[in-house]
Design a protein. Sequence first.
Length: 134
Amino acid sequence: MTMELQTQVDCLTNSLILIDLKSTDLGWTFDGTEHYYTIPFSRYSGLDTNHLIAVLFSSIPKPVTFGPIAYCGTGSAYPVPTTVAVIEPTFAISATTGPSAMAVDTFGNANTDNLGFWHRGGNATTYRERLQKS
């Protein structure tokens, strides 16, 4: 991963200074766990810490989460908050064996289903075939 710091003395001139360092140059190592990292400004030769305008991370090989990122003129540690593991419920549902003990409708009653609800909303339609004599 590369971290670029950008500094500019004023906004009226095109005096932008870009300084790139790799994470290994900063002494950072990544093992997949949360860590607190400080930016060693002294390793950025020519950096004007009074006029920082941007921090750019690039060449990141895997997903990462940054934050909180803060700079107020003096370096101070921000404690990494502890994270609580997400516990997901686990349960097993047994497979159905044989016919269900309760069927919603066995069509034993013309007006209601097995639960007692009326189901005559769609009357049966009778179709007849009519043959035409030619």
